[in-house]
Design a protein. Sequence first.
Length: 138
Amino acid sequence: MKAEMGYFLLAAGLFLALLVGIAGHYYRRSRRTSGTSWERLLGQLAYVDRNCVEKIALDAIDESGQRRKDDAAMELEPDEVWQLIGGLKGVEAMERNSLVFIDMAFYLQQWYPEALVTVEELRLNGRDRMAGQQVEIR
């Protein structure tokens, strides 16, 4: 009976430590973002060659956002796409930018709460649009 109580207390302690760790992580993140200025957030964005991203996107979709179905669609080979993205460094830059965009959304939500409705509408529109236009990779 004593051993079972010890295992229970150990499991409860580990669970509690996990919860405190998660709460601490999010608290530090919110404090870091809330003390950040808009200019500092913009300064954290990494350079990504817009022309290369546009070339990749227009290989699969047309200017209106519809999937291309012509003979010239999806002509880029995977190694060409990898080179246009900038390889691993380009992928890491896009990943860093996505984290900065999340911080920007949090900043806007904190400083302009009335914009929350507009931001949510944009997010839902983007999600619906992406769900309706899934691109097949060959």
